[in-house]
Design a protein around this ligand. Sequence first.
Ligand code: KPL
Length: 288
Amino acid sequence: MSNVYILGSGAMGCLWASYLSQYHNVSFIKRRAIGEQYEFTYQPNNKLIRCMCYDAKTLSRPINRLILATKAYDALDALKPITHLLAEHTEIVLLQNGLGSQQEIVKHFPHLTIYACSSTEGAYKPDEHTLVHAGHGLNKIGALTQSANFQSLQSWIPNQFILWQDSIEAILWQKFMINCAINPLTVIYQCANGQLLKNSDYHQHLKKICVEIDIITTAKGYQLTSAYELARKVCEVTAENFSSMLQDARNHRHTEIEYMTGYLLKESARLKLECPNNQTLYSAIQQA
Ligand code: KPL
């Protein structure tokens, strides 16, 4: 058994705690926590998961294995207070949505062993002490820095939980295309994902957004299914669901727009390509 730390105790952080606590001592790193315990029940099995909690000040041992499960906008800042506990061999798995936070972290910690994960798991926390694993999905993981490799990752994350990817960038980009297409529109129209196909005005808007996403995707050299096709399939499968961005907006939380449409616009500016519909969407979300 080794020590695995998790930053972020939302649904994804808890899901990974439930996976890894069968094999390791799993502890959460929280803002203020002095050796207290954190318990939650994993549903549907009704299994109790019990982990220790520490804060950056009470941790003195080096961190060798870390799951970073915060929102994208908190990711880099969450690592800063524990920088002194991170070493070259520290392995970090990034679970963030969107793009941009992974690049910020790699730029800040180029010598660490960093992996990124693109997940289709469905999980939520109806309350602080319950995790509902609503849909089993895939955790596609690949290397973001040179020292990261499948063999090292396998030494602490069992194969049943991960699907190794030799080129994680394209996988992250594909999920990013879907998030850029669906998430902001669901906030503008305050609707479930499926409504983006059912309502003809929303549907037309979705298509316009997707055309621009495809232009940037092609300019970056990716040969992927069109954004509209990807988004359409996800809207069909998740028709009744509310996107993570709509849930954040409704709960008056920060949204991840900077790491979705915001990042798309940065890439379009870098490539000197116009994305007027995405620009308008981005401004509307910022004002919402
Ligand atoms: O990833 C999603 C999210 O809500 O963040 C889905 C529903 C797949 C659509 O973007």
